[in-house]
Design a protein around this ligand. Structure first.
Ligand SMILES: Cc1cc2nc3c(=O)[nH]c(=O)nc-3n(C[C@H](O)[C@H](O)[C@H](O)COP(=O)(O)O)c2cc1C
Length: 185
């Protein structure tokens, strides 16, 4: 079973769902959505539509609370926890041991048994205030990143966004304890 965390990087939801469709053909997937992603309508789409699509693809209700995410580790072990997209906010929380959303709870519950975590980062502070957290997690056992790139070096000079078309490959590599490379593309 794969846990598929979705955070509030709204502009990348479409790319994440396209990747999720492929992953769900191959693996049993339980969706885990942060409160922000589950409740916020933006110019990129409505929260209700996101939940409906995710739940349809996975054929399961989305986990949306800390309470419902807590068993994903001890009681219901995951083979891999994916966070796609992972916001700067969630990345920083995981790096610093903060657990106050469905996704950070699922990651914590899963990682306490040395579970694999695959992160598809999408944040415009990846190479500024969050660079230390990228480094921290890159240096941590069982944590893998989906290869990423500078999506707009001129207008968003500190931004990094994962290539979601490589997500499935990155998950497969993580099962062999391998980081898919090149990491920066
Ligand atoms: C329209 C919109 C787009 C956003 N895009 C991003 C993004 O791509 N990356 C990011 O790290 N945060 C982005 N944010 C900010 C996050 O949604 C915010 O930090 C939120 O607290 C994240 O919560 P979560 O990590 O629990 O999902 C965006 C916010 C809005 C309203």
């Amino acid at each position: 079973m794969i846990g598929y965390g979705i955070c509030g990087s709204f502009c990348t939801h479409e790319r994440s769902l396209r990747a999720l469709e492929k992953i769900a053909e191959k693996y049993d997937v339980i969706p885990i959505v942060t409160p922000i992603a589950a409740e916020t309508d933006t110019r990129f789409g409505k929260a209700r539509d996101l939940l409906e699509r995710v739940e349809k693809i996975c054929d399961k209700k989305a986990v949306r609370t800390v309470k419902d995410a807590e068993p994903l580790g001890p009681a219901f072990p995951l083979d891999c926890m994916v966070i796609a997209p992972c916001t700067g906010n969630t990345l920083a929380k995981i790096a610093c041991g903060i657990t106050d959303t469905s996704v950070t709870m699922a990651a914590k519950a899963h990682m306490r048994h040395e579970g694999r975590l695959v992160i598809a980062l999408a944040t415009n502070d990846a190479m500024s205030s969050n660079l230390q957290n990228v480094a921290k997690l890159l240096n941590k056992k069982n944590v893998y990143f989906v290869p990423m790139k500078q999506d707009d070096p001129v207008l968003k000079p500190h931004s990094l966004v994962a290539d979601f078309t490589l997500l499935e490959n990155a998950i497969d590599c993580s099962f062999g304890d391998v980081q898919l490379r090149p990491l920066f593309i």
